[in-house]
Design a protein. Structure first.
Length: 159
């Protein structure tokens, strides 16, 4: 079911750019990982929020989301986890750190030019859901886009 939802979203998203420098090649373990029910729920919840307006400090579908508000809302609703409110605080948690090639659906992806200042939820197939910036909406993006490749700081596995 998760693959069908993701396939539909990918098909509707139009053509995707070619990877820039990193490849979304995953380890054999990550490639064949069976998603837990919790990870599936995180995936569905995150994808369902695509199109929700961005709002600085926002953390509800009705009021809009900033990046950490989106992540906190999805994890609270889907997994019953109360995450720290800011991206920097989430980045400092003791959750398992994962590299680019080890990401599985439901992992958090962290970005920044120096310090970590942006976060999203990896949904598989090299894509992630995030609340990008003022004036935008929650959307799916490719990790392989040059902008994200240059800013990728790692992942966190919360469950």
């Amino acid at each position: 079911m998760a693959a069908a939802v993701l396939a539909l979203l990918v098909a509707c998203a139009g053509p995707s750019p070619a990877p820039v420098t990193r490849q979304a090649i995953r380890s054999p373990e990550a490639r064949h990982a069976v998603l837990s029910p919790t990870a599936k729920e995180v995936l569905f919840q995150a994808i369902a929020l695509v199109g929700t307006p961005y709002r600085y400090g926002g953390n509800t579908p009705q009021g809009g989301f900033d990046c950490s508000g989106l992540v906190g809302y999805v994890y609270r609703q889907s997994a019953g986890l109360n995450l720290p409110r800011t991206t920097a605080e989430i980045a400092r948690t003791r959750a398992q750190s994962v590299d680019w090639g080890e990401l599985i659906s439901g992992d958090l992806v962290l970005f920044g030019s120096g310090r970590v200042d942006h976060i999203g939820i990896y949904v598989g197939e090299g894509r992630f859901v995030h609340a990008p910036s003022s004036g935008g909406t929650v959307r799916l993006d490719h990790l392989s886009d040059r902008y994200w490749v240059q800013r990728f700081r790692g992942g966190k596995r919360m469950f």
